[in-house]
Ligand binder design. Structure first.
Ligand code: ZN
Length: 455
């Protein structure tokens, strides 16, 4: 039988990381129990807009085949024990580590939950209503005093990434004595892998600021994470990269990162609910405004409703594109809906924009004098024009239409790499979307101890 074991909310401000815990447990299970995986470990990112999210807002799922029910329970209990001892080292009252076991093929209810948790809000009572439908094949354990982490656990389990798009990430972990110290990696080697394999890697380097993006900050055990289209390009890159400190281990995950799975196409703005990721076609309603803090605000309309959208300061040069929009331009906006506050209405936080049509700007100008060529003056509505230079008057001459060229081309636009969040799909991935992953797949060459491949 097939089972799925999910983990969530292991991270805390003091360190620790869900993927790190799972990578260690996975290594142990492969060594000691010879477990039979049916997929790479999955790293599932959830709705980045939820107010109570964890730092990375990701859950990790191990999917494997076991011979019987007892073995499933046994593995689950070991996972709970392992997590307890791991989190004891990083205990933080706000965190609610959770672990869940699901036995068998994923039910349609859980699949639905898995998708919903990526682009919408899942209240706890909804979670428990869904779990009650599958109660005979579920076990869970919540190590905190609340149960929020279970949403991530079971949503991750439900989001199997078999039919839609996915990518891969190789995460390399530091040895414990280096936690909290500055990370040491040869920067040239990161540029080198980007030069050689950049086409199939995702967001390694931001050349605008000359900074690598694969190195996190903070006390967690991750030394770097390489993201790419296929495991092969990650293996090759891992051979080239030169860490200047020891690596405990490295693991390849299959993920929904950079797939835009958090965005749902909606027909109009009536469906742009707070905390939801949306993709909607609208028209620019009002001239964009740059406000204090450098954010660019935009009003858009679907013909019936008007809504705010914003490109925030960290999106850098992307704001200049948004600022060039003009009323009447037809655009597709992709982004998260921020809930209203006391000073702002609900706002679409723009992650990407597709400019569909750029409307020419037509300006009416006073005509030039046919006698001397000077610009004529209006004598009032319907009263014609008078030349201020030579005095020529006319009631038959009319204003001239002048088309102002637009400094903006239709097409897709995105923020610089540093402004990308986990789920956002870069434009360069367009056309590379995957459609399928086998239900049963035996991963190979995906775990290293230091730089030595072990499985
Ligand atoms: Zn004149």
């Amino acid at each position: 039988m097939i089972i799925h074991i999910g983990f969530d909310d292991i991270d805390s401000p003091k360190g620790g990381c869900t993927t790190h815990l799972v990578s260690k447990l996975l290594l142990k299970w492969i060594k000691e129990r010879k477990i039979e995986l049916i997929d790479y470990p999955n790293l599932i990112r959830l709705n980045p807009g939820v107010p109570w999210k964890t730092r990375g807002n990701g859950s990790v799922v191990i999917r494997l085949r076991v011979s019987n029910y007892d073995e499933a329970i046994d593995l689950f209990e070991e996972a709970v024990e392992y997590t307890e001892s791991y989190t004891r080292a990083y205990y933080h009252p706000q965190h609610q580590p959770a672990i869940g076991l699901y036995i068998g093929e994923i039910s349609n209810y859980l699949k639905w939950l898995g998708r919903k948790a990526v682009n919408d809000i899942v209240p706890l009572d909804l979670l428990f209503r869904i779990l009650s439908k599958d109660k005979n094949r579920i076990m869970w354990k919540s190590l905190g005093n609340k149960k929020r982490g279970l949403v991530g656990v079971f949503s991750g389990i439900g989001n199997r990434l078999l039919e839609g798009d996915y990518t891969f990430e190789l995460i390399a972990y530091r040895v414990e004595e280096n936690y909290g110290k500055p990370r040491k990696i040869d920067l040239e080697s990161i540029k080198e892998i980007d030069k050689q394999y950049g086409e199939d890697l995702i967001l390694n380097f931001d050349y605008e600021i000359n900074r690598p993006l694969i190195i996190p900050h903070g006390p967690d055990p991750v030394l770097f994470g390489l993201r790419g289209e296929e495991p092969e390009v990650l293996r090759k890159s891992y051979q080239l990269i030169k860490p200047l400190e020891p690596i405990e281990q490295a693991v390849i995950y299959r993920t929904n990162q950079h797939t835009d799975q958090h965005l749902a196409k909606i027909p109009n703005l009536s469906k742009a609910y707070p905390y939801r990721g949306v993709w909607v076609r609208v028209w620019v309603y009002d001239k964009p405004k740059r406000i204090i803090g450098g954010h660019v605000l935009l009003k858009v309309t679907d013909g019936e409703r008007i809504m705010d959208a914003a490109a925030y300061e960290p999106t850098g040069g992307f704001r200049n594109i948004v600022e060039k929009l003009h009323p009447g331009d037809e655009i597709e906006l992709l982004g998260m809906v921020r809930p209203p506050s006391s000073i702002h209405p609900a706002t679409i936080n723009i992650e990407k924009i597709h400019i569909v049509t750029v409307k020419p700007i037509i300006r009416l100008e006073n005509p030039k004098c046919p006698i001397c060529g000077a610009r004529m003056k209006s004598m009032g509505r319907g009263k014609g024009f008078k030349c201020p230079k030579c005095g020529y008057r006319s009631t038959t001459i009319t204003k001239i239409k002048k088309i102002i060229p637009r400094d903006l081309k239709p097409g897709w636009y995105e923020p610089p790499p540093r402004a990308f969040k986990h789920l956002m799909k870069p434009i360069k991935r367009f056309g590379k979307e995957k459609q399928y992953f086998p239900k049963i797949y035996k991963p190979k060459q995906f775990i290293w101890i230091d730089k030595k491949l072990v499985y």
